[in-house]
Design a protein. Structure first.
Length: 272
């Protein structure tokens, strides 16, 4: 897929998903975000960059860890996500958080301006993840830490059929490279190419719980990367997509109607 087109699909897709992202996903991503925050070397007073910040779930936690003597610059391609982060910071009185719309591959920020740079679950959507990681490295000062988390291997993510099921109804692939960065050794390789030293990888297998089919569909269709495509579905096509997706995860349903779906997260962190 043409990179410019992919960026547009992502930008407006996440604009469409922004209001349903947290209800659909927030508790299910906690383990990934915990891992990322535990290896990013954050401390009070640090200046931190976050790319692909989404609605600010991780931003809020970084802000707490660096305290009012530090600062967080949160960036995302989607204006609706940037606005959500700005509202979150205002509501929590986090005056040391600033949010700005910015492409992770082209950060409009000076070299070596931050003590640390983080990205949670964003690099799967970027046309060139290596370039985004190199940008994070560029804006981090020598000795600073860069840490990223992505979804892991397709075979360990039980919900993965959502992509081919939606792709079959639209003219192009919604997320052509989704499982690319989480492949074995891929993140470590691009971290090395970006100049990170001592980089280490953590692969965390998790179970993602949803109480019922409606909440699962809200996350998968309205609150995630296929939201833009789904907005254009007729009611019939939407019903077909929902039925096919639920059939694809039927093996993970429980007698009470809830779902326990496997997932994998991969985190890599290193020093500049
Ligand atoms: C799954 S959300 C993750 C949000 C947040 N980091 C979290 O952990 O909750 C993915 C985010 O990546 C952003 N994104 C996609 N492509 C991007 C790009 N090229 N540059 C910056 N952000 C991008 C989307 O707008 C979306 O907010």
């Amino acid at each position: 897929m043409d990179a410019k087109f992919q960026r547009r699909v992502q930008r407006y897709g996440w604009d469409a998903a922004a209001s349903q992202y947290e209800p659909g996903w927030a508790p299910r991503l906690r383990a990934a975000q915990d891992r990322l925050l535990s290896v990013a070397g954050l401390a009070q007073g640090m200046q931190v960059l976050e790319t692909a910040c989404g609605s600010g779930l991780v931003t809020a936690r970084i802000a707490e860890m660096v305290g009012q003597s530090g600062a967080v610059m949160a960036t995302d391609l989607s204006q609706a996500m940037v606005d959500a982060t700005t509202r979150m910071a205002a509501a929590r009185g986090l005056a040391h958080v600033a949010a700005q719309r910015m492409d992770a591959e082209e950060l409009d920020l000076p070299d070596a301006a931050f003590d640390s740079a983080l990205c949670a679950l964003g690099l799967m959507y970027v046309p060139d993840p290596a370039r985004a990681l190199a940008e994070m490295a560029r804006v981090t000062r020598p000795g600073g830490r860069v840490a990223v988390t992505v979804w892991g291997e397709r075979k360990h993510c039980g919900w993965a059929e959502i992509f081919p099921i939606v792709d079959a109804r639209v003219a192009s692939e919604v997320c052509p490279m989704f499982f690319g960065p989480g492949g074995r050794g891929v993140l470590l390789h691009i971290a090395g190419a970006a100049g990170l030293t001592g980089a280490k990888e953590w692969r965390d297998r998790v179970t993602l719980d949803w109480p019922d089919a409606a909440s699962l569909l809200l996350a998968m269709i309205g609150g995630g990367p296929v939201a833009l495509a789904a907005k254009r579905f007729s009611p019939n096509v939407r019903a077909e997509v929902e039925a096919e997706f639920l059939a694809s995860v039927a093996g993970f349903s429980k007698p009470d109607g809830s779902y326990a779906i496997p997932g994998e997260f991969v985190t890599v962190a290193g020093t500049i």
